[in-house]
Design a protein around this ligand. Structure first.
Ligand code: Z5A
Length: 225
């Protein structure tokens, strides 16, 4: 069997990093091998592209060029981190993946959805996530959490956090639309609760899908991907 490929998606301050860490611990306590990775980034070269994108360096090129850079980073990340881990039977928990490009550059950045889908087919191919957990909460609540975290760390607002409320509202709707269109892969998690409750919802979603995850990983071996 290959590992399971699980992605976490959502708007600002949804609590993805917090919940990925909790799921990693739960799986490791059950003797499972897990890696945690992120996008953009997750491999040395993709991390270089991340620094450029989040600094706003690519913004003058426009949203389509930014989407291409996210996919260049994703290509390297798949090649050097995700696929090798899955083939060794290691579960991959990834903070953002292709749905972020669909939501941020597509629905919110106005890049044609068919163009993004075309690039996704070429770059991601059969390596779609087995399960995508979409952490959903009202935009204001997420932005408040992200502000609090920045105040705590002294971090600055990045390229995407600086966008206005309307952008973030479109983003939230884009994720809900993705989930509605792909109910076999996506589960919407109500993230507007305390971290323990969100963790429990995620664990229920994982347990409810274990047979399906196991079947997907057997198929991946059968198809050599
Ligand atoms: N991007 C894109 O445009 N296109 C793409 O294809 C990809 C990405 C892949 C990457 O940012 C940026 O790149 C991202 C989209 C864009 N936009 N931005 N900004 P990043 O990797 O630096 O950060 P992020 O992915 O946006 O993470 P985040 O939203 O800032 O945070 P999070 O991981 O979802 O949440 P967290 O760090 O776990 O929690 C945030 C704070 O809330 C923290 O202080 C927690 O302690 C607190 N927290 C967490 N859970 C709770 C609950 N349940 N209640 C209360 N407080 C909580």
């Amino acid at each position: 069997m290959t590992g399971f490929f699980i992605t976490f998606e959502g708007g600002e301050g949804a609590g993805k990093s917090t919940q990925i860490d909790r799921l990693r611990r739960r799986l490791e306590e059950r003797g499972q091998s897990v890696i945690v990775t992120r996008e953009p980034g997750g491999s040395p070269r993709a991390e270089e592209i991340r620094a450029f994108l989040l600094s706003g360096g690519a913004k003058p090129f426009g949203a389509f060029a930014e989407a291409l850079l996210f996919y260049a980073a994703r290509f390297d990340h798949l090649e050097h981190t995700i696929r090798p881990a899955l083939m060794k039977g290691i579960h991959v928990l990834c903070d953002r993946f292709s749905d972020s490009t669909r939501a941020y550059q597509g629905a919110s950045g106005n890049v044609d959805k068919h163009l993004i889908e075309g690039i996704e087919r070429v770059v991601v191919g059969n390596n779609k996530p087995n399960l995508t957990l979409i952490l959903d909460l009202p935009v204001e609540a997420g932005l408040r959490r992200a502000d609090l975290r920045r105040e705590g760390n002294g971090e600055r607002v990045d390229r995407f956090e600086g966008e206005g409320l309307a952008f973030h509202e479109r983003l939230r709707q884009a994720y809900l639309d993705i989930a509605a269109n792909e109910p076999g892969r996506c589960v919407v998690i109500d993230a507007d609760h305390d971290p323990d409750e969100v963790e429990a919802s995620i664990w229920r979603a994982i347990q409810g899908r274990l047979p399906q995850l196991a079947a997907a990983s057997r198929d991946a071996v059968a198809h050599g991907s």
